[in-house]
Design a protein around this ligand. Structure first.
Ligand SMILES: NC(=O)C1=CN([C@@H]2O[C@H](COP(=O)(O)OP(=O)(O)OC[C@H]3O[C@@H](n4cnc5c(N)ncnc54)[C@H](OP(=O)(O)O)[C@@H]3O)[C@@H](O)[C@H]2O)[C@@H](O)CC1
Ligand SMILES: Nc1ncnc2c1ncn2[C@@H]1O[C@H](COP(=O)(O)OP(=O)(O)O)[C@@H](O)[C@H]1O
Length: 281
């Protein structure tokens, strides 16, 4: 039986900003995201992390991605790739690594993921191509146990488990719970009524969100939001539960403002900001 995620559960777990704090108090996010084909995914992920409240966000990516993102957003710091030593160092200094949004599931991506995530000691949010590139390396994923959050949609979960999307959708709860138990990762199985499963057998169901989110880029923002929350000290399960709820709530507010038909993933960032304001954050 899944626990419904409520507004009270979320805002009880969200830290407040203390008057005497500084940017270091809210964590450093390293985003290893984007490729020349998927530049927007990196921008959306970075913006999600920033808007969720992270203190400092660094984007590690190839130059074409960095120049595209830098035209849209002023706040990130950039680490141009390839730079294996620089990537290991940045990962080792980060509070959270969010990796894989806008990456293709290739052996080169898998190697890049291993370099960064192996050097990090903080929370890891693994999404999209980064996650799928490691689908056959369960041992590596298990090595991140206790600090890993994975965010597959059903198609990605199919690749991770070798099962069909139909089988996964037929029993979403059991799928998420068994993947979480076997991998040691907090598992966010996305879609209508996103589920969050913990390795110790808890299952949360999210009731926020709408079909306006059913367009490319919504998941990239979610990964960024979860990373931004984890950077502020939330445990992986808390960051996942709060992230999926706030992402969906922002989308619901956005749909009332702009319509499900016309809203864009990036539009929900203004609503996320408004939700924080309405809840005195
Ligand atoms: N602006 C940008 O830069 C953007 C960049 N992006 C980046 O693109 C990369 C590829 O990511 P991807 O998700 O688009 O493609 P892929 O991994 O092939 O998975 C799709 C397969 O899964 C299946 N599927 C089944 N159920 C599903 C469900 N509920 N939700 C979704 N899919 C579902 C689906 O089935 P179908 O739709 O055909 O029925 C299909 O067979 C990745 O790095 C991502 O970050 C995107 O975020 C877009 C914006
Ligand atoms: N019909 C829907 N109702 C609620 N949420 C949805 C719906 N369709 C998609 N979403 C949400 O939008 C996001 C889509 O993520 P994903 O499929 O990874 O897209 P992308 O990789 O293109 O960013 C997920 O958070 C998912 O839960």
């Amino acid at each position: 039986m899944a626990t419904k995620i409520t507004n009270d559960l979320v805002f009880r777990n969200l830290p407040r900003r203390a008057p005497e704090s500084h940017k270091g108090s809210y964590g450093k996010v390293l985003a290893l995201c984007g490729c020349s084909k998927y530049r927007g995914a990196a921008a959306l992920c970075v913006c999600g992390a920033l808007r969720a409240g992270a203190g400092l966000v660094t984007l590690a990516a190839e130059e074409s991605v960095i120049s595209a993102v830098a035209q849209r957003v002023m706040e990130p710091v950039y680490l141009p790739l390839p730079d294996e030593d620089g990537l290991s160092l940045a990962a080792s200094k980060s509070t959270v690594c969010v990796a894989g949004c806008g990456k293709e599931a290739t052996p080169a991506t898998a190697q890049e993921m291993k370099t960064a995530l192996g050097a990090s000691s903080g929370t890891v949010v693994l999404d999209a191509g980064g996650l799928c590139s490691l689908a056959d390396d369960k041992l590596f994923l298990m090595g991140l146990s206790g600090r890993l959050i994975v965010t597959p949609h059903p198609g990605e979960m199919a690749r991770l488990t070798g099962r069909s999307v139909r089988e996964i959708e037929a029993d979403r709860g059991a799928t998420a719970l068994s993947f979480a138990r076997e991998s040691g990762a907090v598992t966010v199985l996305k879609g209508h009524r996103t589920l969050v499963a913990t390795p110790w057998g808890e299952l949360y169901e999210n009731g926020t969100g709408n079909a306006g989110l059913a367009r490319g880029g919504s998941g990239d923002i979610l990964a960024g939001i979860i990373a931004g929350l984890a950077a502020q000290g939330l445990e992986p399960w808390q960051a996942a539960v709060c992230g999926v709820y706030l992402h969906g709530l922002a989308a619901d507010r956005c749909a009332r403002r702009l319509s499900m038909q016309g809203m864009l993933p990036s539009d929900i960032l203004a609503d996320l900001r408004a939700i924080f304001l309405e809840n005195n954050r």
